[in-house]
Design a protein around this ligand. Structure first.
Ligand code: URA
Length: 211
């Protein structure tokens, strides 16, 4: 995207994000801190207007220390690219939990709650206009809404509460689900996600249009 898709950079924002990453590195707020290889904080552009939030690191992410770098991350990147969004230039990518849950299980409610203050700080510092929630765990972790992603996806939600007020939230299918459902036919999960992402791109364009 163009520079217009990035927000104003407060002078100390980058320093605060470095300090946050260092603090996460020493975090033992839940037991996941004891079994991870590396803490996985973020990748991408902290000045982007779009934040992508997934569930939690998998094996590749745990090894490399970056979110969404395995197969589902590669699919996420391609899908974003198909609507003109470069995940490293136009988005800030992170997860509900920053440490890999053993066997890639879903993080527990306690683990999500323990990690939430870090995520709230990231949201405050990056200040995204639009947040893409990849999968039902991201929706549950951020909004406390439990339910099938099939019903939740594709519907804009307006953020409420301190860290989300004024932000637009869009739930989508998790890319790992799309890897298991490869059809691109009309009405398929991939087809629907492509439409959801087009909607996201339109919203970003509106947010950055000159007044
Ligand atoms: N799945 C996620 O939800 N996040 C990652 O970082 C990788 C896979």
């Amino acid at each position: 995207m163009t520079a217009a898709l990035t927000s104003f950079e407060p002078p100390d924002r980058d320093q605060a994000l470095v300090a946050l990453a260092q603090a996460c590195d020493g975090c033992r707020r839940c037991t996941l801190g004891g079994s991870r290889l590396q803490v996985v904080v973020s990748r991408g552009n902290p000045s982007a207007r779009l934040m992508v939030i997934g569930e939690g690191p998998g094996a590749q992410e745990d090894e490399q220390g970056q979110p969404f770098v395995g197969r589902s991350g590669q699919l996420l990147d391609r899908m974003l690219e198909s609507v003109g969004i470069d995940s490293n230039r136009d988005a800030y990518v992170c997860n509900i939990v920053k440490c890999r849950p053993p066997e890639n299980r879903k993080p527990t409610a306690l683990e999500m709650a323990a990690c939430r203050p870090w995520l709230d700080q990231q949201i405050a510092l990056v200040d995204p206009g639009v947040i893409l929630l990849a999968g039902s765990t991201a929706v549950e972790g951020l909004l406390g809404i439990k339910g099938g992603i099939t019903k939740l996806r594709g519907q804009w939600r307006r953020g409420e509460g301190v860290s989300l007020e004024g932000r637009w939230l869009m739930p989508i299918f998790h890319p790992s689900y799309l890897l298991r459902n490869a059809s691109k036919e009309r009405g398929s999960p991939k087809w629907l996600t492509w439409h959801d992402l087009q909607d996201v791109q339109r919203r970003l364009a509106q947010l950055t249009a000159p007044l």
